[in-house]
Ligand binder design. Structure first.
Ligand code: SF4
Length: 694
């Protein structure tokens, strides 16, 4: 305020960081942001915010932003600034050349959960109608794709069941593989208020996260499982619930497929799934598992919240289904205070998935082989659509290394930093003939790009984000785009260079098209969003104001489906060379690979990535607090400083992944979820040894 002067007007918009989706008033002087004030009428945050949304918006005007399109012939040549027309025309010509030479399926596109619904919808439309294939994917691939698979299979739709308000009616809260204090701080505050007023807490996490014991909060149970054993623990909880007949017979009879329940109950009741048997894998004392299962089953309202510690495993989808099994068996679905709630990492993970940016699904989660759905899109778009599912991000990179995938349009994602096995990602990118990166900064992926299209920030665009509770909220432009175009206009220009003839003049028209082809968005429009402030999908004739709690009378799929969840150990094993298990997470003040938070000048961000190691393991290796260490796995090695703590158990180490110098993903493996290819970031066998520094 001192530098810019007092604000003259304000615009309500939505935070572009995490899946809580806090609403803010951007207080402006002319086109300069004076300050971001959490909006008291925001239904996701009710006037609260965390440090990122409030202070970390300075990256929008950071000097490292690229504002002019650039081209280069080879990745070892310098960039050359060009006009928008040349950059777009060159990209389109290259994509067509590659398709003529290598086939229609030799190119694809990647969109991001950082982008608006409208931008994401256009990228998948460009790939499907313009590239003529389904090679489109999103960064949800590397975070919540197992949520999509698991909840669609069991409940019928790929979304959390509750609104955030719901937690105020929970008696027992289970948190699995999530650290809301750092990852979803505004929701964490609300959750802690409920816990302080008496709700009981169960935490299932290898690490003793802040919420296990914080002021006036003490978890009733903390199950410190060995990384990679979620399914063993959850199936053991199910064993207790079934063998002690703690399940909700009426709910199962009325709401679920009874034959499948009986099959599942017979399976989990086997002695091999008892808490005593699972202890040998998970390391969690059987008594803790029994106690936690009894507490959850006895709750009047039991709610489960989970994060990437559930999904980023070789059994990520199985774990999501194991959670859904527990909720259905105990009747904890379909009313306030209960449910299965994925805590989405990025601002628009839910929306990116809803918009059809997966290679097998059109918007609204209709499979590309669904002829009726495809017909509707073909009529509207005037183009034939491919009925074969396309390539996922890792498969695109594999195909590139094999020489059959040649061109990629990447909007808003730094796959070299955020995807596993960095060397393989680099090899895939290097093997392509045309990589077009559309982003704010010259990120690590841009080192392998031939075209750079400068993107716009959330302050420079109109659109919508959908948060973790399915709440669609508007993002409103407060500044003229410094690069000259909003992101949806850039994708439209590329589409029109490929002769698609798009004529959108405002993102509201894109939302109208989304509503016309996506059943859960039927009633959504900018007009209604302006009137209501926000809308939770499904929004349609039956629920014109939206749906805070899903599956109230029946599951979206009809009857709830129980699925057998056999624990299968990951192929990533410890051994004499790599005796420790590494798992990863976040800190409050940084965000993902740090592209935005590290470029915010109005606050100093001191944190670096640290390796947490138990005192016993540190002493064995001669490591002291603050020492530089080498972290090595079968995939690679990196260097960072150690911090010694009993938050992690002996045999487990932990780090964050925010700094490009650390590049934690250099060490992560190529193992992934069996159903969705979501990388197994949370389990890597490593060795830690003293180092002199980077
Ligand atoms: Fe933004 Fe999430 Fe912080 Fe809210 S909690 S201000 S949405 S980063």
């Amino acid at each position: 305020v001192a530098e810019i002067g007092l604000p003259e007007h304000s615009v309500v918009t939505t935070c572009a960081y995490c899946g809580v989706g806090c609403a803010f008033k951007a207080e402006m002087k002319g086109e300069q942001v004076v300050r971001m004030v959490p909006w008291k009428d925001g239904k996701a945050n009710r006037g609260h915010s965390c440090v990122k949304g409030r202070f970390a918006w300075g990256y929008a005007t950071h000097k490292e932003r690229i504002l002019k399109p650039m081209i280069r012939g080879r990745i070892d040549e310098p960039w050359r600034e060009v006009s928008w027309a040349e950059a777009i025309g060159h990209s389109a010509a290259e994509f067509r050349r590659l398709q003529q030479k290598f086939g229609m399926r030799s190119i694809g596109g990647i969109t991001s959960s950082r982008c608006t619904n409208e931008e994401t919808f256009l990228v998948q439309k460009l790939v499907r109608a313009g590239f003529g294939n389904n090679n489109v994917d999103t960064c949800a691939r590397v975070c919540h794709s197992p949520t999509g698979y698991g909840l669609k299979t069991t409940f019928g739709t790929s979304a959390g069941t509750q609104d955030f308000d719901s937690v105020e009616q929970s008696d027992v809260v289970v948190i699995i593989g999530a650290n809301p204090t750092d990852g979803h701080p505004v929701f964490a505050s609300r959750l802690k208020q409920r816990l302080r007023r008496g709700a009981k807490l169960i935490v299932i996490d290898p690490r003793r996260t802040d919420i296990v014991r914080s002021p006036h909060i003490e978890a009733a149970y903390h199950l410190p499982l060995k990384p990679g054993t979620n399914v063993a623990v959850l199936t053991a909880m199910a064993h207790v619930i079934v063998t002690e007949r703690l399940f909700d017979e009426a709910f199962v009879r009325d709401r679920c497929d009874v034959a499948e329940f009986e099959d599942w109950a017979e399976f989990v009741a086997l002695e091999q799934h008892s808490p005593e048997a699972s202890e040998q894998y998970s390391g969690v004392p059987a008594a803790l598992v029994r106690g936690a299962a009894r507490l959850y089953a006895a709750a009047g309202n039991g709610a489960i919240y989970y994060g990437l510690g559930v999904t980023e495993h070789s059994q990520g989808s199985t774990t999501v289904m194991a959670i859904a099994n527990l909720a259905m068996a105990t009747g904890n679905v379909g009313r306030p205070g209960v449910g299965v709630n994925p805590l989405r990492g990025q601002n628009n993970v839910q929306g990116a998935c809803d918009m059809g940016s997966f290679p097998h699904e059109l918007s609204g989660y209709r499979h590309v082989s669904d002829g009726e759905a495809r017909d509707m899109f073909e009529k509207l778009w005037g183009k034939p659509l491919d009925e074969e599912p396309g390539l996922r991000i890792p498969n695109m990179l594999d195909a590139a290394v094999d020489g059959v995938f040649k061109g990629l349009y990447i909007q808003g994602e730094d796959i070299l930093q955020s995807d596993p096995n960095t060397r393989h990602v680099a090899a895939g990118l290097e093997a392509m003939e045309c990589v077009v990166v559309h982003d704010l900064f010259l990120n690590e992926t841009a080192n392998y790009a031939h075209v750079f299209l400068p993107g716009s920030t959330f302050l420079e665009k109109n659109g919508t984000f959908t948060n973790a509770e399915r709440r669609i909220q508007q993002v409103r432009r407060v500044m003229t785009p410094m690069n000259g175009l909003e992101d949806w206009e850039i994708t439209q220009a590329l589409a029109n260079a490929l002769d698609l003839g798009w004529t959108y003049t405002h993102p509201s028209q894109i939302m109208d098209e989304i509503a016309a082809v996506t059943p859960s968005f039927t009633g959504v429009s900018y007009e209604r969003l302006d009137a209501l402030g926000s809308i939770q999908w499904p929004c349609n004739d039956k629920a014109p104001a939206g749906t805070p709690v899903m599956h109230m009378d029946h599951f979206v799929r009809g009857k709830g489906k129980f699925v057998r969840t056999e624990y299968i150990p990951t192929d990533e094993r410890t051994g004499p060379r790599y005796p420790l298990l590494l798992t990863t997470g976040r800190i409050l003040s940084q965000y993902n690979v740090g592209a935005q938070t590290r470029r915010t000048d109005n606050i100093v961000w001191h944190e670096e990535d640290l390796l947490e190691i138990h005192p016993h393991d540190a002493e064995q290796r001669g490591i002291k607090e603050g020492d530089w260490i080498k972290l090595a796995s079968r995939a690679g090695e990196t260097t960072l400083r150690a911090t010694i703590t009993e938050r992690v158990a002996p045999g487990v180490v932990y780090t964050t992944f925010h700094h490009p110098l650390t590049q934690a993903n250099v060490v992560t493996t190529e193992y992934s979820d069996w159903a969705t290819n979501c990388p197994e970031y949370k389990v890597t066998a490593v060795q830690v040894s003293p180092s002199n520094g980077p």
